[in-house]
Design a protein around this ligand. Structure first.
Ligand SMILES: Cc1cc2nc3c(=O)[nH]c(=O)nc-3n(C[C@H](O)[C@H](O)[C@H](O)COP(=O)(O)OP(=O)(O)OC[C@H]3O[C@@H](n4cnc5c(N)ncnc54)[C@H](O)[C@@H]3O)c2cc1C
Length: 508
């Protein structure tokens, strides 16, 4: 019997034959994320545990036979994070229960494999929300994936990224014992998981944005907020295509409207042009568009306060923009005065900007920059695209940003990338350009969030980490994963002996 067969049998004994498979059609179904440049990658077995104890027992088997593991939630990753070539793919979506909704003290406890769509729907009926509602892929993406990818999504302008609403986790360490630990207030065995800091160092952070390399999150404790009853949506179009003005306006909105801002999106002129060319129900007259469109969503607990926020927004925008309606480009769009929030909106509105030229998929390069840097990075990005135009995959469109999304304080997400096809002939060229473009962003000081494989490796290639940090990073990983089994390949870490610096790429 091979090692894999022995491991399979032992895991089958733990979780039952229904929840483990090595059948080809299942491996094929789990062989991809939503990313065009990676080839299909087949795990040796797909395993679907239902509890932390089962995850722990599987980890013990993996350690016994030295088999690598990769955790997977909804598999909606865009950067090769939740697939594995060989080894165990741990599908966590059977761990999908809400364990506690503490309405009195505004927190909840959930299993990490529950989707955002399910959790938010349950909370919404109780007049509660997690503030940031998860990624655009939230109908299938999970809480565990959101925490691991430091996800930004609907509500992020006000509530931050997903780790910002996390009060702690339960995680299974990939060590030979499959140790189950809790973080946040839950470290104190007498305490409820109602806050994050104060019992020990903040070990929650060890698992936030870790793309599943430090542990397998099985439970999460999240902040809750009362649903804000009054929300309104307004659009403005700038008179000029000038990102310095965009930065100034974002700064003023942040300074003057502050907590009233729920979401602020800036849709570049080129994205508006692409979108308007694709809509089904076009107006007879071509829209006059000279600059980016601001989409501003404000919220308040009182309707009178909402009106004040709307007045402030109007005042800030009036000098450089005119009011705009999406109906100017799409007759089927809702007029802002009729706009009403519904849960579907939270998971649909962002998707159209991820890849503005369907049916192609994007090699996404979404990253964060300070708001004052938007103009500079737009220029650097344009120069890069021009210089390397001939090296992009055939038929690809590369955009500096398909949308810019304001985050708390003074930073924003630049959602962007270039289109590629999921075909063998273009894989190598797409992957090469993908890494190269990310390296450029890292070197101009951009900070990414979903790191998966493509981005985490490119950060190492860009020589972002100091040798001291690399040593610290490896030592931390070694502490939780002495046999180096969890999520190999990410960050160009293949074992503890290799020099990560050997992957640094010097640009011409
Ligand atoms: C149409 C579309 C829209 C999107 N919109 C957004 C967006 O608005 N914002 C955004 O940030 N992202 C977005 N994404 C990317 C992605 O969907 C999100 O980052 C999402 O949070 C991933 O969740 P998931 O459950 O699908 O994770 P997966 O794809 O399953 O996993 C993501 C990473 O987390 C690890 N992981 C998953 N679960 C666990 C766990 N329990 N323990 C430890 N590690 C784990 C995996 O190993 C992997 O590295 C979008 C993707 C698509 C296709």
């Amino acid at each position: 019997m091979s090692t894999l067969d022995k491991a399979y049998k032992e895991i089958e004994g733990i979780i039952g034959s229904k929840y483990i498979t090595e059948k080809d059609f299942m491996k094929a179904a789990y062989s991809r994320n939503v990313d065009p440049a990676f080839p299909d990658r087949w795990a040796d077995m797909i395993v679907r545990p239902v509890s932390s104890e089962e995850v722990s027992a599987i980890v013990q088997v993996a350690n016994k036979f030295k088999i690598p593991m990769v955790p997977r939630g909804g598999g909606a990753d865009l950067v090769g994070g939740s697939v594995t070539q060989g080894g165990i793919l741990l599908d966590l979506t059977r761990m999908n229960n809400v364990l506690q909704i503490n309405e009195e003290n505004f927190y909840c406890e959930v299993e990490a494999g529950i989707t955002w769509g399910t959790l938010i729907s349950i909370l919404h009926e109780k007049g509660l929300t997690t503030g940031v509602l998860g990624p655009g892929s939230g109908f299938s993406a999970t809480i565990g994936g959101g925490l691991s990818n430091s996800t930004a999504g609907f509500g992020s302008t006000k509530y931050g990224v997903i780790p910002d609403i996390c009060l702690g986790v339960e995680a299974v360490l990939p060590n030979p014992q499959g140790t189950i630990i809790r973080t946040g207030a839950a470290i104190n065995k007498y305490a409820e998981p109602f806050c994050r800091y104060g019992v020990a160092p903040d070990f929650t952070g060890l698992f936030m944005g870790d793309v599943g390399i430090m542990g397998i999150k099985t439970k999460a404790f999240l902040k809750l907020f009362p649903v804000t009853p009054f929300k309104a949506q307004r659009y403005y179009i700038l008179n000029k295509n000038d990102y310095n003005i965009v930065s100034e306006l974002l700064h003023r909105l942040r300074t003057e409207v502050r907590d009233g801002l729920h979401d602020v999106l800036v849709v570049p002129l080129v994205t508006m042009q692409l979108l308007s060319s694709m809509v089904e129900n076009k107006p007879a007259k071509r829209p006059r568009m000279k600059g980016p469109v601001f989409s501003i969503l404000v919220e308040a607990m009182d309707e009178r306060i909402l009106d004040v926020f709307l007045e402030q927004v109007d005042d800030i925008m009036k000098e450089n923009a005119r009011k705009f309606e999406l109906q100017e480009v799409d007759l089927d769009a809702t007029h802002s005065r009729d706009w009403k929030f519904d849960l579907k909106y939270a998971y649909n509105y962002f998707n159209k900007y991820i890849s503005v030229a369907p049916p192609k998929i994007s090699c996404t390069t979404c990253h964060k920059v300070p708001i004052s840097a938007i103009s500079k990075v737009a220029e650097k990005s344009a120069q890069f695209d021009l210089k390397y135009r001939s090296e992009f995959p055939v038929g690809s469109i590369s955009l500096f940003a398909t949308v810019i999304f304001l985050l708390p304080n003074g930073n924003c997400v630049i959602v962007g990338g270039f289109n590629a096809d999921n075909i063998e002939e273009q894989r190598e060229v797409s992957m090469k350009m993908w890494h190269k473009k990310i390296r450029l962003q890292v070197r101009y000081g951009g900070v990414h969030y979903w790191l998966g494989e493509a981005i985490s490796q490119s950060i190492v290639e860009a020589d972002a980490y100091t040798p001291d940090f690399i040593e610290f990073f490896k030592n931390m990983k070694k502490t939780v994963d002495p046999n180096f089994l969890l999520s190999p390949n990410k960050f160009h870490m293949y074992n503890y002996e290799d020099e990560m610096s050997s992957h640094i790429v010097k640009e011409d």
